[in-house]
Design a protein around this ligand. Structure first.
Ligand code: FES
Length: 127
């Protein structure tokens, strides 16, 4: 499975979450208290709002639009159990963070062999 570089471990010295737009999808890299990282979808399943624009306390994110709550670590939506945020693959090599551009486990369903020219945006919510 292909990964793309999105950040460096050193980018997370003053923040624990950063969101990105990759292939038109919003995802976030999250640093846990233990120092490990994971990547997750970060768009609200209701109307696609970036959850990093709302309130995040610990693992709980509240969508600013209509207050759906998510455990971003597990992906579970407390309001609608079927509205799960999916994980992305993540690996760290030499202090660089690489993420699968599509969520797991259905990343195989889409062809991601040719990623040249795909747009990657970065947004730091300052957390
Ligand atoms: S857009 Fe998130 S709860 Fe409606």
């Amino acid at each position: 499975m292909q990964h793309i570089r999105l950040a460096a471990v050193s980018d997370f010295t003053t923040t624990r979450i950063k969101s990105f737009r990759v292939f038109g999808r919003k995802l976030a890299i999250v640093k846990e208290e233990s120092g490990s990282f994971y990547a997750t979808e970060i768009s609200c399943k209701h109307q696609n709002i970036d959850l990093t624009t709302g309130r995040i306390e610990g693992d709980m994110a509240t969508c600013p639009a209509h207050r759906w709550k998510y455990n971003i670590r597990t992906g579970r939506c407390l309001n609608h159990p079927m509205a799960m945020l999916r994980r992305h693959g993540l690996k760290i090599e030499s202090g660089e963070i690489f993420v699968t551009p599509l969520p797991l486990p259905d990343a195989e369903e889409e062809d991601v062999d040719d990623m040249d020219g795909w747009e990657v945006e970065f947004k730091d919510p300052g957390r």
